[in-house]
Design a binder for this molecule. Sequence first.
Ligand SMILES: Cc1cc2nc3c(=O)[nH]c(=O)nc-3n(C[C@H](O)[C@H](O)[C@H](O)COP(=O)(O)OP(=O)(O)OC[C@H]3O[C@@H](n4cnc5c(N)ncnc54)[C@H](O)[C@@H]3O)c2cc1C
Length: 409
Amino acid sequence: MRFSSLTDRFEKADRIFDSIIIGGGLSGTLAATVLGRAGYHVCLIDRYEIYPKDFRAEHLDGGIIDSLMRLNLLDELTDGLFRGETVTIARNARVIGMTATVNFGLRYENLVNRARSALPEHVHRVVGRVSKIETTDDLQSVSLSNGDVVTGRLIVLATGQGAAVGRQAGARRVTLRERHSLTFGFQIEPAGVASFKDSFLVYQRENIRDKIDYLAAFTMGGRTRVNLFTYRDYKDPWTKSFLADPDAGLKRNLPGLEAVIGPYQASGPVEARPIDLYVTKDATRPGLVLIGDAFQSSCPATGMGIIRLLTDIEQLCGVHLPRWLETPGMDATKVGAFYRDPIKVACDAKALRDSAYRRAVSTETTPGWRLHRARLAMVEQARALLHRRAAVGYPRVAGQEQRPTLVPG
Ligand SMILES: Cc1cc2nc3c(=O)[nH]c(=O)nc-3n(C[C@H](O)[C@H](O)[C@H](O)COP(=O)(O)OP(=O)(O)OC[C@H]3O[C@@H](n4cnc5c(N)ncnc54)[C@H](O)[C@@H]3O)c2cc1C
């Protein structure tokens, strides 16, 4: 189903939606799907009919898969994609271990556009930029830049990193750290052999000076895609040099990678994107809920961005919103229950904790952190020893042996 123009399809005169979702990225689109499937009257508004090319999360694994299964969304989002079953962990030129984990790689815009294709027919979709929201204890109104107005009982704000719309209702964004991390995305291919051995590999930093956290390599569209998570600045000469020649940059900074995956060639174009770490204060407003990146960000290296937005969706759409709609009104007392939800609170707190920890463990040079890393290295050595004894090669997973490329995650 395509987005339609508001004036074409929307009977604005007599329609009050249960929920108006602003932002059709991953969080807004999946929230609209869950609520639409549950029978609610939902309007989904986004600036773009088709989500444009965007470098973001490109890999689904672990808790993301569990949550998508609980929400009954996994099949629509991953149909026809290569399905990995394991992740190999490596560091300093050797494999430390291998763990079972279902995983898929796909570009973010493809993920969102797949999600949009799975929207129930009766979810009203509007293409337009929201310029103004007005919230009350009862009814909320959303104005678009073309002058159209949509009315509903609850606004779900899923506008991602943009803070302007939430600010109108008094939600205050506080930046914890600007340019917290810088993530790179590019391709890598085997040199001289047909395919890599692993379809999902995580290779950890070799030297603290490099300000690298880890590299994830995974199968995406029949090729191997790399996400490199760093704590570099975009203007850093290191960054410029890496953007210009990712193959030389990788071989210089992670020299042991070749011993694990074999000869390889990394190639551009390289995408690089910095992320600010922020939280929202004073979010509890009548008639308005913020979800996903509209509420809080997290460092991509934690892999918590999608987990957080899925947690928001599970708790908001499965627990709170159905209760709120049972009685009249949508005051701040009702809405506040979402922000106090212990599952959401714990997930958001973990994302912030992990963001701070990953940066510190990858960059800090104080004695305390050196000691901490030394302890981690001892544990890793023990794991590597156990892995070699137990596996003598790689655990074989049914159906995996002939997979064409690797990749990873
Ligand atoms: C480089 C990078 C790598 C990442 N890697 C990972 C990873 O490996 N694992 C992970 O879990 N997370 C990762 N993340 C985080 C993850 O991508 C985000 O948490 C997630 O995409 C947030 O989705 P969202 O729906 O909240 O926001 P978005 O996807 O940004 O959606 C916001 C939507 O709102 C719309 N919009 C905004 N303003 C308006 C308006 N005024 N009117 C109408 N529409 C509007 C936009 O058009 C957009 O469609 C990464 C992020 C980055 C930047």
